[in-house]
Ligand binder design. Structure first.
Ligand code: MN3
Length: 204
C-alpha cells in the first residue's frame, strides 16, 4: 500500500507566500486522495503494489488497460506532490546553490533568465498542470510543463528536480485567479539545498 509521506513542516510554515488553509487542504485532501485512489486502482493487482512510483510512472504503457489512466493520474499525483513539499521550506528562497546553480548559469545564462522562462511556462499552462525544471539525458537543464498530474519522468528522458503545481487548488484561496502572483511568491519558499540534492542524485 502506498502511504501519504510526512509533510516536512507545519501547515503554516510557508506563510505568507502559501497560506495555512491551502496547505492543509492540499496535503490532507488532494494528496491523500491521490494516494487512496492509487491504492484502489492497484487493489486487484498485487504484483503492481510492490512497484515504486517511479517504476509505475516509467512503465505506464505496460500496465493493464483498465487501470492505466487511474495509475497515470494518481501515481503521478502522489509523486508530484511528494516532490513539491520537499522543494519548499520555511525561510526558503534566495539564490540557487552549488552545482545546480552552476548548471543553471551554464544552461540559461543566469538564474534570472531561468526564472523568467520558468514563470512564462507556469503562467501559460492551460487549465491544470505543472511547470518543471528537469535534467535531460544530455545533462542539461530543461524547462517544460505537463498537463494534469503527468510527470516528465514518464517521457523517459527527463528527471525533474524542481516542480510547481499550478492547479487552482494550489493557490485559489489566497490568490484567486491571479496565478502570476502565486508563481512570483513561490520563489520565496524554495528549498535550494533540496534542489541541489535532487540535481546531484540525477547526475551522480
Ligand atoms: Mn496539487
Amino acid at each position: 500500500m502506498f502511504k501519504l509521506p510526512q509533510l516536512p513542516y507545519a501547515f503554516d510554515a510557508l506563510e505568507p507566500y502559501i497560506d495555512t488553509m491551502t496547505m492543509e487542504i492540499h496535503y490532507t485532501k488532494h494528496h491523500q486522495g491521490y494516494v487512496n485512489n492509487l491504492n484502489k486502482a492497484l487493489e486487484a493487482y498485487p504484483a503492481l503494489q510492490q512497484k515504486s512510483l517511479h517504476e509505475l510512472l516509467t512503465g505506464l504503457d505496460a500496465l493493464p488497460a483498465d487501470i492505466r489512466t487511474a495509475v497515470r493520474n494518481n501515481a503521478g499525483g502522489d509523486a508530484n506532490h511528494s516532490m513539491f513539499w520537499t522543494i519548499m521550506q520555511k525561510n526558503g528562497g534566495g539564490q540557487p546553490k552549488g552545482q545546480v546553480a552552476q548548471q543553471i548559469n551554464k544552461t540559461f545564462g543566469s538564474f534570472e533568465a531561468m526564472q523568467e522562462q520558468f514563470n512564462n511556462t507556469a503562467k501559460t499552462v492551460f487549465g491544470s498542470g505543472w511547470a518543471w525544471l528537469s535534467v535531460g539525458k544530455d545533462g542539461k537543464l530543461v524547462i517544460s510543463s505537463t498537463p494534469n498530474q503527468d510527470t516528465p519522468v514518464s517521457a523517459g528522458n527527463m528527471s525533474p528536480i524542481l516542480g510547481l503545481d499550478v492547479w487552482e487548488h494550489a493557490y485559489y484561496l489566497k490568490y484567486q485567479n491571479k496565478r502570476p502572483d502565486y508563481i512570483n511568491s513561490w520563489w520565496h519558499v524554495i528549498n535550494w539545498d533540496q534542489v541541489e540534492e535532487n540535481y546531484r542524485t540525477v547526475i551522480e
